[in-house]
Design a protein around this ligand. Structure first.
Ligand SMILES: Nc1ncnc2c1ncn2[C@@H]1O[C@H](COP(=O)(O)OP(=O)(O)OP(=O)(O)O)[C@@H](O)[C@H]1O
Ligand SMILES: [Mg+2]
Length: 662
């Protein structure tokens, strides 16, 4: 570790030296350091050096902005020195070793180099490794381990006040938590922190609250400002929350406080492991299979959405028979950001929905295997599975859709900015007839790792092994690169160029050009951070787009599905049956066609995932419905001898579509 630290230090020295004379040279030099091989060393260092790394990134930004290189360099060198000191681990003074610690020592030990100095310990109190004591004729112990406030601030979204608390564990390590102020300042609720090792019990809780209150009162003005962020992704336009780690010019200010335990757990999987070089070895295998490799670019894409606002939401789905490498492709996508546990199964609706589209902010939402929701069980279960899937696609792609009534609790009010990555046996896009999601969906058909069993097997093994050991590097590189001044603008320019190049063809193709341009931009950005380009990816993207275009004719599919369902459930009246079936009649067959009951037809279309009025409009436009004299599709019909029912008249042409004859 000291070795890498030394190299880091000399990197800063070199860059600031160069900056004295030549900004461009300094920038190039810095880039070569950040993108060069040694970042992987830094990545492997302990968390204390993340800060130093961020300092370097801040240095790069200062340089590009052209403002005082050497001043910034000096500042960052100081931070770096501090980080180095912290890495060695400052300790609290033991009571019998001499003086009790000052607040500033505590903060320094906590690696808060920007801590206010002096940090006042309130009169009458003493803080040491042994805890907090009220001094007097006889000392009264408040708690048996140090607990302090290291920062305060508010959540930009809700305005709630937060305190950042830190306490020492019996073993010597520190726990830092940002908690709602009202939780920290009540005896009843602060006790809950004891679950995380805080030195609070039901007996001393009130005394601890008094101590924290005094500490806050004495230090409020100089306290670290804390910016509480509820989720991953870009914040303030400059900083990316990579799980709990902030990447940007002022990383210490930001702290992640997920909205739920499910989200916290998911964000914890965003981490780095192994090395960049190790991950690239796996990539060498993936690169030969563009249909799998595209997973990497699709995984990066949502992070670009924060800096290229024109980029739309998307659903990328791998669809095909079993053992083709679909799940391997998902693992590969996950390894861009962290562990393979970032991939969830479609049937874990609880977590899936909660972590859902809103939490995967500027990150991919990866859900494996729709089969889990669609197979087994009864028809009702399948129906609800299908509507969960389409609802999720609507939400993730930002398509205007019918989300209300989603069974999964996906009715989040939070802004959604993600890409949905999914695998299935049959394409999910066919579950929904609404053409709205087609321009946002790429469907990869077939085996991602190819039809040759031997190479497919080998690739699956190599990629699978690689991503379990080496992960999180590409994502880190991409956001660090984007956080540098000028690069976001570069990404926007790339996107515009690709969009222009892709904007030919039919209306649907034109709209799909946004996705094609998005993937092309992702390929460019990845290359800029050192990922060898996979050449076949763009062809795959265009092929996948064609699938959406080809299967856009779903109003026919809707009619077929409706008719099939009506027959299967015995809800087509043949004119003789008297008893109304459960759910009511859907149709009555006539010699040349059928009379359709509007109410049940709409209801079933909706259940099948179609927009009823849009679908009927299309049937009408296709000439499948007989119209009234005044040109209405809807008229009064007779079904099972009941007159005056509102419905439609399906003609012979429509009937042959319904029966799949056309
Ligand atoms: N293209 C391929 N050719 C041959 N074998 C393959 C191929 N792809 C994957 N495999 C083998 O199948 C195993 C399972 O791969 P994976 O889990 O990715 O399949 P899948 O497509 O997700 O299948 P399922 O539909 O069952 O989930 C791999 O470990 C590998 O041994
Ligand atoms: Mg699978």
């Amino acid at each position: 570790m000291p070795d890498a630290l030394d190299r880091l230090r000399s990197a800063v020295r070199d860059v600031s030296e160069a900056a004295r004379t030549d900004n461009d040279k300094a920038r190039d030099l810095w880039r070569s350091y950040v993108l060069g091989a040694w970042t992987s060393d830094v990545g492997e260092l302990s968390a204390s050096l993340t800060q130093a790394q961020a300092a370097l990134s801040g240095l790069g930004m200062a340089g590009q902005a052209g403002d005082g290189w050497s001043t910034r360099a000096k500042e960052h060198a100081a931070m770096l020195k501090q980080a180095a000191k912290d890495a060695r681990g400052l300790r609290l003074v033991d009571a019998d070793e001499g003086e009790p610690a000052t607040g500033h020592d505590v903060l320094t030990a906590l690696r808060c180099p920007d801590a206010p100095c002096p940090y006042r310990i309130p009169d009458g109190y003493q803080l040491s490794r042994r805890g907090v004591v009220v001094v007097g004729e006889t000392d009264t112990v408040v708690c048996r381990a140090p607990i302090v406030i290291t920062g305060s601030g508010e959540d930009a979204e809700s305005g709630r006040r937060y305190l950042r608390l830190a306490w020492m564990l019996p073993g010597g390590g520190w726990v830092v938590r940002t908690v709602e102020r009202d939780r920290a300042m009540q005896a009843r609720t602060i006790v809950e922190l004891s679950a995380d090792g805080a030195p609070v019990t039901s007996v001393n809780a009130s005394a601890v609250v008094l101590w924290l209150d005094a500490l806050e009162a004495d230090n409020a003005a100089t306290m670290d400002p804390v910016r509480v962020v509820r989720r991953s992704g870009w914040v303030d336009g400059t900083t990316y929350m990579l799980g709990e780690e902030a990447i940007g010019p002022d990383p210490d200010r930001y702290t992640l406080e997920p909205a739920s335990d499910g989200e916290r757990q998911w964000y914890r999987e965003i981490q780095r492991g192994g090395t960049w070089a190790g991950w690239l070895e796996g990539w060498e295998y993936a690169k030969r299979h563009p249909k799998a490799a595209i997973a990497v670019y699709a995984s990066v894409a949502p992070a670009l959405r924060g800096v290229v606002p024109a980029m739309p939401g998307a659903c990328i789905e791998w669809s095909g028979i079993t053992s083709g490498g679909k799940s391997v492709s998902m693992d590969l996508a996950a390894s861009v950001w962290g562990t393979v546990d970032l991939v969830r199964r479609w049937d874990t609706t609880g977590v899936g929905a909660e972590v859902g589209a809103a939490a995967a902010y500027h990150l991919p939402l990866m859900l494996d295997d729709t089969k889990a929701l669609l197979s087994g069980g009864n028809q009702r279960r399948k129906d609800s599975g299908a509507s969960t899937i389409t609802a999720t696609i609507y939400l993730a792609t930002g398509s205007k859709g019918r989300l209300r009534g989603s069974p999964t609790g996906l009715r989040e009010q939070r802004e959604v900015s993600t890409w949905l990555l999914s695998t299935s046996e049959t394409p999910s896009v066919d579950l929904a007839s609404d053409v709205g999601i087609r321009p946002r969906t790429l469907t990869m058909i077939g085996r991602p790792l190819g039809d040759d069993a031997a190479t497919g097997e080998l690739a699956a093994t190599m990629i699978g092994a690689s991503v379990r050991e080496h992960f999180g590097h590409l994502g880190m590189r991409v956001v660090a690169w984007l956080a540098m001044d000028g690069n976001a603008a570069q990404a926007r320019a790339w996107y515009r160029t690709h969009l222009e190049a892709a904007s030919h063809g039919s209306a649907v193709q034109r709209r799909l050009s946004q996705l094609i341009a998005a993937i092309a931009t992702s390929v460019d950005v990845c290359e800029a951070v050192g990922l060898p380009r996979c050449d076949g990816v763009m062809n795959e993207a265009v092929d996948a787009a064609r699938y959406s275009v080809r299967s856009a004719d779903t109003h026919a599919a809707a009619l077929m599905a409706l008719w099939g369902l009506a027959q299967a459930q015995g809800r087509v009246c043949d004119g003789t049956t008297e008893r109304t079936p459960p759910g009511g009649w859907i149709a009555e067959e006539t010699t040349s066609g059928a009379r359709l009951v509007a109410a049940t037809v709409h209801e079933e279309l909706k259940r099948l995932g179609h927009d009823p009025s849009e679908t009927v409009d299309r049937w009408r436009a296709a000439g499948w419905l007989d119209l009234t004299k005044s040109g209405n599709a809807r008229s009064s019909i007779t079904v099972a001898r009941a007159r005056g029912v509102s419905g439609y008249r399906l003609n012979a042409a429509g009937m042959s579509v319904a029966k799949g004859e056309k």
